[in-house]
Design a protein around this ligand. Structure first.
Ligand code: BMA
Length: 313
């Protein structure tokens, strides 16, 4: 008898791969990293680092194999700049990185923690040393955002998660110039009641372009008497019309199971903000924050994920 759910994402045996103890300066915790492969194949993580004042900045870690021997910047890589960008007053968090071929730059979309809650901020970089900030592009409350890598028709597209009522859903907005955003559309709704993704959902890593469509790994939050549980599910969107949801999973595919995911500053959280693809174009590595404490790695196959989603009732 097989009474086990399929294990689509395989955890790296030596998880967590990065913790506060690895850092080059004193920190409380490191989690929720954005990820990308640099031109030379190096894996770069933009890690959210929390200081003992409770606020976050971003710090880059680089590794040749994406698994170990991380070289961590000696000091914070991108720090809040509230003098020029007042919306960064309480820190910057949860970056999502997208390589934009048309601009030959990486877009880093991150949460700016404003006095009135989280907002979506955008910066560009070529090297993860120097950054050009565009400032806030979606006002609070809004977070969990990423740019698609190329225009859809004439327009850039941003996936984000505004909070406007008791429930928070995933939206898409379009822009001719990356500064002015409009044509807002709701693309994925939080479910209700006892669902694993009731009331609050959000984009996790940037959507993945596949021949089948844009594959989205999203997080759902279940609130129960003991608190919140952050888990991951899948949804697929039309390549030419990314506001069209083709398919959505009913079940979650990945949730907190290991001690480092269940026990931390915030218990029961798996929260990836980035992925990399291996040279076979199919093996996907997700880098995720575990319990708002450390960074862990899990690996899957895009084909397997799509097949599983296809077979979801
Ligand atoms: C979300 C975000 C994440 C965090 C998670 C669990 O709302 O703020 O940064 O990892 O909550 O605390």
């Amino acid at each position: 008898m097989n009474n086990k759910y399929p294990e689509l994402f395989k955890r790296y045996k030596q998880n967590p791969i990065l913790t506060a103890a690895d850092w080059t300066y004193p920190i409380n915790s490191v989690f929720n990293p954005g990820a990308t492969l640099l031109q030379d194949g190096t894996t770069l993580l933009m890690c959210r680092v929390e200081n003992r004042n409770g606020q976050s900045h971003l710090c880059a870690a680089r590794s040749l194999n994406g698994v170990d021997n991380w070289v961590i910047d000696k000091k914070p890589t991108l720090v809040p700049d509230p003098k020029n960008f007042p919306e960064e007053i309480w820190g910057i968090e949860d970056p999502r990185i997208t390589w934009i071929p048309e601009l030959k730059k990486y877009a880093v979309v991150y949460t700016a923690y404003t006095r009135d809650g989280p907002g979506v901020a955008l910066a560009f970089t070529e090297d993860f040393h120097f950054f050009k900030r565009y400032g806030i592009i979606m006002q609070p409350d809004d977070k969990d955002a990423a740019l698609l890598p190329h225009r859809v028709g004439d327009y850039w597209a941003l996936i984000h998660r505004p909070t406007s009522s008791q429930r928070s859903h995933i939206w898409i907005s379009y822009s001719p110039d990356l500064r002015h955003w409009g044509s807002h559309k709701l693309i994925l709704e939080a479910r209700k009641g006892g669902w694993w993704d009731a009331n609050r959902i959000g984009l996790s890593p940037p959507p993945i372009e596949t021949p089948e469509g844009w594959l989205m790994i999203y997080h759902g939050v279940k609130q129960n008497a003991a608190g919140c549980i952050y888990r991951l599910g899948l949804a697929l969107f039309d390549l030419k019309k990314p506001e069209l949801c083709i398919k959505r999973s009913n079940e979650w595919i990945f949730g907190p199971e290991e001690p480092y995911e269940k026990d931390g500053d915030v218990n029961k959280v798996v929260f990836p903000c980035g992925y990399t693809l291996a040279s076979d174009g199919d093996t996907i590595n997700i880098y995720y924050g575990a319990a708002d404490m450390s960074i862990a790695l899990a690996t899957s196959s895009i084909k397997e994920l799509l097949k599983w989603l296809e077979n979801q009732k």
